[in-house]
Design a protein around this ligand. Structure first.
Ligand SMILES: O=c1ccn([C@@H]2O[C@H](COP(=O)(O)OP(=O)(O)O[C@H]3O[C@H](CO)[C@@H](O)[C@H](O)[C@H]3O)[C@@H](O)[C@H]2O)c(=O)[nH]1
Ligand SMILES: O=C(O)[C@H](O)COP(=O)(O)O
Length: 371
């Protein structure tokens, strides 16, 4: 990503004031310089993975080599196997990750699906004071993706959440990369919605990016939307929970990943729109007589139609589920979130977005022929 330090004149004042002091680059945080700041702080890397056998092993191996063996910044690497049907779990294990199956974590809970669920289960399965998330489909992964995100968290106590920023090419079937053309849902849905309704967040270069890190207490204090609503929901909820000054971003360079089809991105866009709608309603900014419909009817080039459910569900703050565990852990922040005295194993684990939406664990690829 070029020019990240000079856009303030083009940004609204509130974003301009935030952008410069809260935006750095991975090169500013060489791993060995972070070791003294790490001290006794423990770091977990959590990689959600659904059918990522081509890439997950290489990503785990790079983290192990650079950030466990060479410079010990990372204490555990967890791959959350999100119902893969390929050799994802084998490749990740061979490369040195601890692999947990999404459905085996907190097995007493009703099963939900999608990326948000994998991240929430990864949070529950991990132990680090800081949790770093990264996608498992990155094609140009380097360990600077992880160490860069750790920089502000390890060195700046007021920072509680760090998001990756990058340039995103769109690589066609011919292998030709079109610079800056990637991130289609980001540009067509997420960025306009954030600018319209949460303009404080407009300075995040890649609001939907899957690479971000936060202090455990912060992640355990907010809900996780399932499916692909999770990143949008986290940004909006964290803005409310910790404030913009506690949020930062780090330029990680260029990010290449596997592209989904336009139809799949349409379903992702629907999930993100429903997530935004739920937050607007929850914040009292819209009042609706009925919730939005969650069906998405799509047409292919031959006129075939598919009807998908793009409804999203939500996990409650993990701290409210694992109160005993949260209180047992030494706090890394001055004011940990309040937790109930007893594990709330009988409380509702699937919170419908408000106002009530069907808590449907929709799988984007599961489509129903209607014609
Ligand atoms: O049910 C799922 C779906 C995806 N993933 C994993 O999540 C990561 C990202 O999923 P992907 O399908 O590659 O998402 P993108 O098309 O790249 O979507 C972008 O936008 C999404 C919505 O904000 C984010 O969740 C992604 O991180 C971001 O890269 C990958 O490691 C997947 O294997 C799961 O673990 N479970
Ligand atoms: O983040 C996004 O906007 C989606 O993942 C789509 O990304 P792509 O256009 O690079 O495939």
């Amino acid at each position: 990503m070029d020019g990240h330090s000079h856009p303030s004149r083009r940004l609204p004042a509130l974003v301009g004031d935030w952008f410069g002091p809260h935006t750095s680059a991975a090169a500013d945080w060489p791993p060995h310089t972070l070791l003294p700041a790490k001290g006794a702080t423990t770091v977990s890397v959590v990689l959600p993975a659904r059918d990522e056998q081509e890439t997950v092993g290489g990503i785990v191996a790079a983290i192990r080599r650079d950030l466990v063996e060479d410079v010990p910044l990372v204490d555990e690497i967890i791959v959350v196997d999100s119902r893969s049907t390929d050799a994802t779990a084998v490749r990740a294990t061979e490369a040195g990750a601890r692999v947990v199956s999404q459905d085996d974590v907190l097995p007493g809970l009703p099963s939900l699906s999608g990326k948000g669920e994998a991240l929430w289960k990864g949070l529950a399965a991990s132990t680090g004071d800081i949790v770093v998330y990264a996608d498992s489909d990155l094609r140009n992964f380097g360990s600077h993706f992880i160490s860069g995100l750790l920089g502000p968290l390890l060195t700046q106590p007021h920072v509680h959440f760090v998001k990756g920023a990058y340039e995103r090419p769109l690589t066609g079937p011919d292998g030709v990369a079109q610079r800056g053309a990637g991130g289609r849902v980001t540009e067509l849905v997420a960025r306009p919605m954030l600018n319209l309704y949460w303009p404080e967040l407009a300075g995040f270069v890649q609001p939907l990016g899957g690479e971000y890190a936060a202090r455990r207490e912060v992640l355990e204090a907010v809900p996780f939307v399932t499916e692909y609503g999770v990143e949008f929901g986290l940004l909006v909820d964290l803005l409310q929970h910790i404030g913009l000054d506690a949020m930062a971003q780090v330029d990680l360079g260029c990010r290449e990943h596997s592209h989904q089809s336009t139809a799949a991105l349409g379903r992702m866009a629907g999930q993100i729109m429903l997530t935004a709608w739920s937050r607007l309603e929850r914040q009292g900014r819209i009042v609706a007589s009925e919730p939005p419909a969650t069906g998405l009817l799509q047409f292919d080039a031959d006129g075939n139609t598919t009807l998908s459910d793009v409804g999203v569900a939500e996990r409650p703050p993990l701290a409210s589920v694992l109160g005993a565990r949260a209180t047992a852990r030494p706090p890394a922040m001055s004011s940990p979130p309040p937790v109930p005295a007893e594990p709330s194993v009988t409380s509702p684990m699937v919170l419908p977005l408000a106002p009530p939406m069907p808590a449907l664990p929709a799988v984007p690829s599961a489509t129903e022929e209607v014609a």
